[in-house]
Design a protein around this ligand. Structure first.
Ligand code: HEC
Length: 191
């Protein structure tokens, strides 16, 4: 809702920020404000994003065989034993493979296999958000393994391939060229 009060509050917040920001920008002491603590490297390590080139991928590796076990234990309950998803009687989790080539059809099936442009996103997303009921509970090797399993079951990589920080960014996803850069000129301001 956009009310006069809302606008006034937004104005006050902006004014407050313009006072506070220069102090921080000048290398101001974070203790100056008397609250908060400087985050430790361990705390900061929970906040990460893995771009397409794989920067920030941790050490470790995973295989299809290990991934099959991780999937059965931690993922199949919601995504189905054959990665087919569970939609009935109640939606629990998405279908993860299949649907390749359907995106431009009348009945598109969006999955990791058919839609996702970069394999590194799979590592990033699973490490960050899955299992849905216990995000962050898998080791890096378990994440690499379940990624190798999903990509292998999708026939994107051979089931014999080991996945690590070096090999994952080189995986070519089927829909890699299905995206284009948004041409609106004003977006350049944010890039
Ligand atoms: C308790 C249920 C549950 C479990 C267990 C679970 N997931 Fe999920 N998963 C979900 C739900 C719900 C979504 C959709 C989340 C959303 O859209 O915000 C999802 C989404 C995903 C997606 C994105 C699919 C897409 O196309 O957008 C991937 C990949 C995925 N999960 C992988 C895994 C893996 C790997 C595991 C095991 C380590 C796992 N999930 C365990 C419920 C679960």
């Amino acid at each position: 809702m956009c009310t006069l009060k809302g606008l006034l509050l937004a104005g006050l917040a902006a004014a407050a920020a313009s006072f506070a920001l220069p102090a921080l920008a000048e290398g101001g002491d974070p203790d100056h404000y008397g609250f908060g603590t400087t985050p430790s490297p361990e705390e900061l390590s929970r906040f990460f994003a893995i771009p397409p080139d794989g920067a920030g991928l941790p050490p470790g590796k995973g295989s299809h065989g290990e991934g099959e076990k991780v999937f059965a234990e931690s993922c199949a309950a919601c995504h189905g034993e054959k990665l087919e998803g569970i939609a009935k009687p109640q939606y629990l989790g998405d279908k993860l493979i299949g649907g390749r080539g359907t995106l431009a059809s009348a009945a598109p099936v969006k999955t990791v296999e058919s839609y996702w442009p970069y394999a590194t996103t799979l590592f990033d997303y699973v490490k960050r958000a899955m299992p849905f009921n216990a995000p962050g509970s898998l080791t890096d090797d378990q994440v690499y393994s379940v990624v190798a399993y999903i990509l292998g079951e999708a026939n994107i990589i051979p089931k014999t391939e080991t996945i690590d920080a070096h090999s994952l960014p080189q995986v070519r996803m089927p829909n890699r060229d299905g995206f284009f850069r948004d041409p609106r000129p004003e977006l350049e301001l944010y890039r």
